[in-house]
Design a protein. Structure first.
Length: 186
């Protein structure tokens, strides 16, 4: 659960995972996560569509950059993170692709705050709120077919980056490329 300080934006960021969650009501869980500190932005995502921690880190950096430049598509950093992470411009589509549901079993939690202590408190409560167990390794367990469907990755695209790392690393590179295109279009 490394908490990073992004000096350029003056924000602390944590990207972590929770395994074997039980989320009977996704909205309630999200509200509980956001109650810790009104200045902390929190997003929870279904890991099935996540192509690793670098995928989420890039989404956070793009959302922070959009906020700093006044180019946000939404008024909330957490929603902006969801849009970038999903490669979507519409909130409804982003939720459909990466949103947490009652069926979600492993989740990624992304939080951004001005103070490190706020993120430390949040992370310590994640297992209680999600009824799961903290496990950052779930961030590497995204489902290849789901990721390819969400980001429209073809066999040709996957082959074009063949030999450039593991299959998961290649997929992550392609996802980041798709997200970069979204950033340029903003």
């Amino acid at each position: 659960m490394p908490i990073e300080f992004i000096e350029k934006y003056g924000k602390y960021v944590v990207i972590t995972g929770v395994r074997d969650v039980r989320i009977p009501d996704p909205e309630t869980v999200l509200l509980r996560l956001r109650e810790f500190d009104e200045k902390t932005e929190v997003q929870i995502l279904d890991v099935a569509g996540v192509a690793g921690i670098d995928h989420l880190r890039f989404a956070v950096l793009n959302a922070l950059k959009a906020q700093a430049q006044g180019k946000q598509a939404t008024g909330a950093l957490a929603v902006e993170i969801l849009l970038y992470a999903s490669g979507q411009r519409q909130i409804k589509n982003a939720i459909a692709h990466l949103g947490v549901s009652r069926d979600s079993r492993h989740v990624a939690v992304v939080a951004v705050a001005g103070e490190r202590a706020a993120l430390e408190r949040l992370v310590s409560e994640l297992p209680n709120i999600t009824m799961g167990r903290a496990d950052e390794s779930v961030l590497q367990e995204g489902d290849d077919a789901t990721i390819r469907r969400i980001f429209g990755l073809s066999d040709d695209q996957m082959e074009a980056v063949a030999g450039k790392g593991s299959r998961k690393e290649r997929m992550t590179k392609l996802v980041i490329e798709k997200m970069a295109l979204l950033s340029v279009q903003a």
